[in-house]
Ligand binder design. Structure first.
Ligand code: ADP
Ligand code: ZN
Ligand code: ZN
Length: 806
């Protein structure tokens, strides 16, 4: 038998199956979807078996070395999905397979140098002998790190076959093993042994009593017996020696959420709107249809309850469900809602889990121990074998698109899996992406609408404040008069306020007032942000840091000034103006530690602070009953980004932030501060009018030829020298112009708004198209050509349907 194997080397020329012979001994244990190790060139690599066959066209084949997995890690469906993804996202097939698996399943490669001929080594290379004194083998990385002077001689000895190099592949994915004890004898025998214990064997008697009292067949972790039941290790092992107990190593699943669910929740009686929305979903689930639903429901309309009840039906039918939630919304509260309804049926795939925990959650899915997977983007690859439903909550979120290779969109993958499995996909949002809503209007997707909050509380009133007028009235503060008054009022009433600002740091740029020099990152074409805590300037793109200079590096003047406000500055202002207010600041800088995010939210939820100030990360999912005021400090900050989705993103963000107020008994209100209050994205968000925003934005997209009227492909070229990158981008543009239909528009090469990142100059070409069957094959050819000839550090990346243009 012969196996086709994709080798774990992310390079175009080897991205194809290679034939390997399956040795006699492994005949029955190699199945497609498994990982194996194989000799490749002069090394050993991990590979994915994708198919088996009887014959090969090649005369001489190498053999598979080892089988790593007991069961296939990729199901047949995922093997197929990987091929589709490689094509649709223009990525390598192995990269597609890797992205479907937990990171810990990536192989770790090492090499050892092994001693083959002791005598000759002593004779010819006596200086190397000490390196092999502790054994016959030395780790290559170790030698490189600690014995660089010996490397030349080592190489010679290898050439003379005195030493040999042994490549090794390590599987990092390991199940956690623990010691567990169980009764090996009947209750009567244990009781008899306990009766014959004397004063000196009192501890043994206690241990025996424990196993008499507790379920005889069960295995108990030894550490648990010692810690929680006060048994001694000594007595347990003595009893094991006597054959009364059995102590063995067993696999244990790490469960990061164990013990977090006290009581299961029951399905709530649905409102009329909810009942109407869930009916067609259930019908689709029951008849295994690959229908796509867009559930457009305002925040608080009870979409999650619909998801929960639809999943319940899926489980009843013996099928499984995937729920995708944006990373930052995957809070403990969110997870709890699923765990509280479905208990142990749920696996959670969250980036904050340790690698081992992620692996175990993944195994629960693969081994069929759970029926629901809740997770961020990559959970769309959950290896269920009988998928009955896929839900994507907040479907408009751009984090569903992976920004680096493979550049897949979870929505596209979900829809593909829905087709393959005959299962419905539900996209949910209060502010659907224009693409999805347009498809729903054209009846490609089925639109389900929830217009009311479940408790019929009205949406909060939103007031837009014109900051230009504030300026004219002499108010140069970052708070308008009205917002400041309302914050003070909430403080007096002991109610809470949420303030939103989309910029972290203290000041957004530093400029010399004498000569106008703005301090920029030396590696990127972008200004540095001032962080006051340590008086540093930071690049938010590459992480570069420097001390903030006291004098201008260009003219030497000491009139350096800080402009623009970030969250740190707002915090300082609040402390100055309202010293009695307790403020929690939440941004990347204050939540870097594991669990930091939750800790701050818990503090705010416990009313240990009056004001929560933060960036995007506070826009979602927060649900605090005592929040009665939401303030948006600079609504325009996203509006003027050079991206055709700037208005859409602004509308979505403002709507989400507004949704944080008045969700419960206390009525809430929202203040939006803006320098362009006449912009429709701001007016429509304030009016809670999605339809109106949609139709205005669609006109603009139509006029400028953007999605959803056209598809986009973005080609990025980077190189340390601007001219080289420009030239390559120019060549690509002319190849595209020559080969695509006249209906396609090819823009570029153009310099993107950030012209340089990490010392590499960037150029882009953009293709706008409706139907170009030749586009993907052509881009594939261009990409391969670059990989083969791109030795001079020219880098090319292709992004189909990009979500960000910068
Ligand atoms: P969404 O996901 O649309 O923002 P949620 O599902 O989070 O809305 O619902 C908001 C709140 O309303 C939650 O606290 C939820 O428990 C409650 N809720 C939803 N549906 C019902 C219902 N039918 N009866 C009672 N409470 C409900
Ligand atoms: Zn930088
Ligand atoms: Zn200057």
């Amino acid at each position: 038998m012969i196996a086709e194997v994709f080798i774990d080397i992310p390079a175009g020329p080897v991205d194809r199956p290679f034939d390997y012979l399956i040795p006699e001994a492994l005949k029955s244990s190699v199945i497609p979807g498994m990982r194996v190790t194989v000799p490749f060139g002069r090394t050993k690599r991990l590979g994915f078996v994708t198919a088996l066959k009887e014959t090969s066209e090649l005369p001489k084949l190498k053999k598979i070395d080892q089988v790593i997995d007991p069961i296939p890690v990729l199901t047949d469906e995922l093997l197929d999905l990987g091929r589709w993804l490689a094509d649709a996202a223009l990525c390598l097939t192995v990269s597609a397979y890797q992205v479907m698996l937990p990171a810990v399943m990536k192989a770790n490669y090492t090499k050892t140098v092994d001693l083959k001929n002791q005598e000759q080594l002593s004779e010819k290379y006596p200086s190397l002998v000490p390196l092999f004194s502790s054994g016959k083998s030395a780790d290559w990385d170790e030698l490189v790190a600690h014995h660089p002077a010996d490397l030349r001689q080592i190489r010679l000895a290898i050439n003379e076959d005195i030493l040999t190099v042994n490549p090794q592949v390590h599987n990092q994915a390991k199940a956690k093993k623990i010691m567990a004890a169980s009764a090996e004898a009947s209750k009567e025998e244990l009781a008899a042994a306990a009766a014959s214990c004397d004063g000196r064997s009192g501890r043994q008697k206690e241990a025996l009593q424990f196993f008499i009292d507790n379920n005889a067949g069960e295995r108990f972790p030894v550490t648990d017996l010692i810690k929680n039941h006060h048994l001694t290790r000594q007595s347990l092992s003595t009893l094991a020696q006597k054959g009364l107990l059995k102590i063995e190593t067993v696999e244990q699943l790490r469960d990061p959420y164990s013990g977090s669910v006290e009581q299961k929740t029951k399905p709530l009686p649905l409102t009329d709107e909810q009942a109407k929305a869930i009916r067609p979903i259930i019908r689709s689930v029951e008849s295994s249809q690959d229908q796509i639903f867009l559930c457009h429901g305002v925040t608080g309309s009870g979409k999650t309850e619909i998801y929960l009840q639809a999943i319940e039906r899926v489980i009843e039918l013996g099928k499984q469900a995937i729920v995708l939630v944006p990373e930052i919304s995957l809070t403990p509260q969110m997870v709890h809602r699923f765990k509280a309804r479905f208990g142990d049926e749920v696996a959670v795939m969250h980036s904050a889990l340790s690698r081992g925990e992620k692996y175990d959650e993944w195994r629960k899915i693969r081994e069929g121990k759970v029926n629901v997977a809740v997770g961020a983007r990559s959970a769309v690859f959950a290896p269920f074998e009988n998928l009955g439903l896929i839900i994507i909550d907040e479907e408009h979120e751009t984090s569903y698109k992976q920004e680096d290779n493979p550049r897949y969109h979870a929505r596209d993958v979900a829809i593909r899996r829905g087709k393959i499995n005959g299962c419905p996909v539900v996209l949910g949002s209060a502010t659907p992406s224009l693409e999805s809503y347009a498809r729903a209007k054209k009846k490609v997707y089925t639109l389900l609408t929830l217009k009311e909050r479940f408790n019929h509380h009205p949406m909060p009133p939103v007031k837009v404040i014109d900051m230009r007028e504030e300026m004219r009235d002499g108010n140069h503060s970052m708070f308008s008069k009205e917002l400041f008054e309302k914050i003070t009022d909430r403080l007096n009433k002991h109610e809470q306020t949420v303030l939103f600002l989309n910029r972290r740091g203290y000041s957004t740029f530093v400029m010399c007032r004498s000569c106008g020099t703005v301090i920029k990152c030396p590696h990127c074409d972008i200004s540095l942000t001032y962080h006051r805590a340590n008086h540093m300037l930071k690049c938010h793109y590459c992480g570069f840091e420097m001390r903030s200079p006291d004098t201008c590096p260009a003219c030497g003047s000491d009139s350096m000034r800080y402009f623009g406000s970030g969250t740190q500055k707002v915090e300082a202002e609040l402390n100055r103006l309202l010293p009695e207010a307790r403020v929690i600041r939440m941004d990347v800088d204050t939540t870097r530690q594991k669990g930091g995010h939750e800790k701050l939210l818990r503090q705010f939820g416990g009313h240990q602070a009056d004001i929560l100030l933060g960036t995007q990360m506070i826009a979602k999912g927060l649900d605090f009953p005592e929040v009665t005021l939401v303030g948006v400090l600079a609504a325009d900050s996203m509006l003027h980004l050079p991206d055709f989705r700037a208005s859409e993103k602004t509308f979505q963000l403002l709507t989400q932030v507004s949704g944080r107020a008045g969700r419960h008994e206390l009525p809430g209100e929202v203040i939006i501060q803006s320098y362009t209050p006449e912009h429709y994205a701001i007016i429509d968000a304030a009016g809670h009018d999605y339809e109106r925003f949609f139709s205005q934005e669609m006109q603009i997209r139509h006029r400028h030829g953007y999605p959803p009227f056209y598809y986009l492909a973005l080609i990025n070229v980077t190189h340390p020298e601007a001219a080289v990158a420009a030239d390559a981008a120019g060549r690509i543009a002319s190849i595209l112009k020559k080969n695509l239909s006249s209906a396609a528009q090819i823009l570029g090469p153009v310099v993107p708004s950030i012209a340089r990142i990490k010392d590499r100059y960037r150029f882009q070409c953009m293709v706008k198209y409706k139907r170009e069957p030749e586009l993907i094959p052509l881009l594939g050819k261009i990409e391969r050509h670059f990989q083969e000839t791109g030795k001079d550090s020219l880098q090319l990346s292709i992004d189909m349907n990009p979500v960000a243009l910068m």
